[in-house]
Design a protein around this ligand. Structure first.
Ligand code: MG
Length: 178
């Protein structure tokens, strides 16, 4: 595998995570989901999961196993999100290191190609998924659509997207179609 292929997601969604539907899962032969938390399920400065995300999790959990795998060092924060959604989780996952995500993937007892690693970041979520042979999906942060609304909060959120956008710029320069 060439280095730039590690930062090429199998699927790029120009929408937040709730664009992943049962139909999309079927279309790509997927049976399980490993989800990043910060800026994938919840803004990294937000404490509570939105109703949209909660409803999406309810729908998807009834059909597929779902785990959370976060790099956040605050176990308390990720535990709170996981408990509010009633999902198993790992914090301090160290993505793009494979160790923790591999443990999660093995706990799901599914073939790698049937498990999607979903996240907002190329250099952590996409790389770890590709290294393990999972199906990688890049999603928009759930607050991205709010950026059109001029408020101080939205400006701070835009700033927190800086690294993400920089990674996407690098990927495009490397020839990745995003
Ligand atoms: Mg994230």
């Amino acid at each position: 595998m060439k280095p730039w292929q590690l930062i090429a997601p199998n699927l790029v969604l120009s929408a937040p995570i709730y664009a992943i539907t049962p139909q999309l899962m079927t279309d790509h032969g997927l049976s399980g989901l490993i989800l990043d938390v910060d800026n994938t399920l919840i803004g990294d400065d937000e404490a509570d999961v939105s109703e949209d995300i909660r409803l999406w999790v309810e729908l998807m959990r009834s059909k597929y196993p779902i785990w959370l795998a976060s790099n956040n060092f605050s176990d308390r924060r990720i535990q709170k999100v996981a408990e509010s959604l009633n999902l198993p989780y790992r914090s301090r996952a160290g993505k793009p290191s494979r160790r923790v995500v591999r443990q999660v993937f093995e706990a799901m007892e599914l073939p790698a190609a049937q498990v999607a690693m979903v996240g907002d970041r190329l250099f952590t979520d996409t790389i770890v998924g590709n290294r393990l042979g999972l199906f990688t999906i890049l999603v928009q942060p759930p607050f991205e659509e709010l950026i059109l609304k001029p408020s101080v909060a939205s400006i701070f959120k835009a700033r927190s997207s800086f690294l993400r956008n920089w990674e996407i710029w690098i990927a495009r320069k490397s020839g990745v179609k995003i």
